[in-house]
Write a protein that binds this ligand. Structure first.
Ligand SMILES: [Zn+2]
Length: 262
């Protein structure tokens, strides 16, 4: 119990998060790179260098009051990243451990200036959104995951943007049910959901909100998920759900890469 209590108290401890990421990066033979400053804090990425096509993009913590994504991504990486990097060729990755450090530290959705960073991917003048767009130039991924949480959620739910594959959404949600139930609401944020999934296939127009997921989908990746765990549920289970989602996505991605297409 003591360990769990300590971890939940530290869910907003950015320094602790990054210290643990340094260990993970070292074990995986990667470098934790500060690519931007936001609210007085460095924003980090881990990446394999260009040269390998495709791979995996995962970002967490763009909303600072949604800590399970940051913790889940770290725990997944600690468990799997060293092995993924030892593969030949290694799985190309771009991982963003926490895009809004000020928000995480202060348990706020926005950055220090009040910007919702997930609504301004049409802007290049706000950190770290502009620098992230620069990091993405010339990169194409097979799969992108955006890790979020929602205070109104009654379980896990998922947005899927899918240009060419069979949908994975329902199977991913089924896998994550080992940690938390699926949100059964039929309407979430004015969109119609079916058993926890909002699926869009084919081309998608820009929307006024300019979220990160749409930026990835329109320019860098044909298969994009935004995963939401319910903020009012137990942190340990939310983190577990986030880990399960990433594990299942990675398993499917590696299977695809082994098949003829890659
Ligand atoms: Zn969010």
């Amino acid at each position: 119990m003591e360990t769990l209590k300590l971890e939940s108290q530290r869910a907003h401890d950015y320094r602790h998060l990054i210290a643990r990421w340094r260990g993970v990066a070292r074990a995986a033979g990667l470098r934790l790179e500060a690519f931007a400053q936001s609210g007085g804090y460095p924003v980090y990425c881990l990446r394999t260098r260009n040269g390998f096509a495709g791979g995996l993009y995962i970002s967490a913590g763009i909303h600072g009051d949604e800590p399970a994504g940051c913790e889940g991504l770290l725990r997944w990486a600690a468990r799997h990243l060293p092995r993924l990097m030892r593969r030949l060729p290694p799985l190309p990755i771009l991982l963003l451990p926490c895009l809004n450090p000020w928000g995480l530290i202060h348990n706020r959705r926005t950055d220090e200036a009040g910007n919702d960073l997930n609504r301004i991917f049409n802007r290049r003048d706000i950190s770290p959104v502009g620098e992230l767009q620069d990091l993405l130039v010339g990169r194409c991924f097979d799969l992108a995951l955006h890790l979020h949480e929602d205070y109104d959620a009654q379980g896990n739910y998922l947005y899927e943007l899918n240009a060419e594959r069979t949908s994975w959404g329902h199977q991913l949600l089924a896998r994550c049910r080992a940690a938390l139930p699926i949100d059964g609401r039929r309407r979430i944020d004015k969109r119609r959901f079916e058993a926890g999934l909002y699926l869009r296939q084919g081309a998608v127009r820009p929307i006024p909100e300019h979220p990160e997921a749409l930026h990835l989908y329109r320019a860098h990746c044909p298969h994009v998920f935004t995963f939401e765990t319910p903020s009012e549920f137990d942190l340990k289970r939310r983190v577990q759900a986030q880990v399960l989602l990433i594990e299942e996505c990675t398993r499917r991605l590696l299977r695809l890469r082994r098949s003829s297409r890659f």
